[in-house]
Design a protein around this ligand. Structure first.
Ligand code: GRF
Length: 220
């Protein structure tokens, strides 16, 4: 029986390369989703132009037009709900989300973060991995909570830090892995194979004891 595509909204603040990867994966038939909204806190975000080109409805809200963070988040999430979205992807959305606005969405929002969480929450992750002398770096996709980059990790992509890697080079080597990781996790969630309920992340009916890993052929 054909599966009804899950309705998905995406929030992005910047250039939108992860959004582009999601759109490409859908176009290749690898993502059983329908994108119903792309939203941003920045009217000039390139991600919004990508969405427009793909005929996806867009929304730009300016946080400075609201009295506080909660008012902005409540309005943003009211509009996301009105779009019909069932799932929400943060793809370079550079804001922490208010816990009250998040509550109805817990287990239905994922975020991609460029570090091997729980290492290096927040900004400048590539620099921090280099400064720490790490041998390995990577990206994580996790369920979103009100704690910055703090929700349960679903899957990770890893790479070895090479002598001579600098911050920019490391970011550039990691990005193609992010572009495979995020669609792969969204595909699991959209096909209802992945869920986070009562504090337990389950994939294919089994609790995840460790994050899935992105390998040559996908998530393992
Ligand atoms: C990515 O590195 C992502 O991991 C982080 O923000 C960046 C967004 O890049 N959360 P893009 O806008 O998707 O190109």
């Amino acid at each position: 029986m054909p599966v009804t595509p899950a309705k998905v909204a995406v929030l992005a603040s910047g250039r939108g390369s992860n959004l582009a990867a999601l759109l490409d994966a859908q176009a290749r038939g690898e993502l059983p989703v329908e994108f119903v909204l792309v939203g941003s806190d920045k009217a000039d975000a390139a991600a919004l132009r990508l969405a427009e080109a793909a005929d996806i409805p867009t929304l730009a809200l300016n946080p400075r037009s609201y009295p506080d963070r909660r008012a902005f988040d409540m309005d943003l999430f009211t509009r996301i709900t009105a779009s019909g979205a069932e799932l929400l992807v943060l793809a370079g959305f550079m804001r922490v989300i208010d816990g009250e606005a998040l509550r109805p969405w817990v287990g239905r929002i994922i975020n991609i973060h460029p570090s091997l969480l729980p290492k290096y929450r927040g900004l400048h992750t590539h620099r921090r991995a280099l400064e720490a002398g790490d041998h390995e770096h990577g990206a994580s996709v996790h369920f979103v909570t009100a704690e910055l980059d703090g929700g349960p990790v679903i899957a990770q992509a890893r790479l070895t830090i090479e002598p001579g890697d600098d911050e920019q080079g490391l970011a550039e080597r990691l990005l193609p892995l992010e572009h495979r990781l995020l669609p792969a996790v969204l595909a699991l969630l959209a096909s209802r194979r992945l869920r986070w309920q009562e504090g337990i992340v389950e994939c294919d009916g089994r609790p995840l004891s460790a994050p899935l890993r992105l390998g040559q052929r996908g998530l393992e």
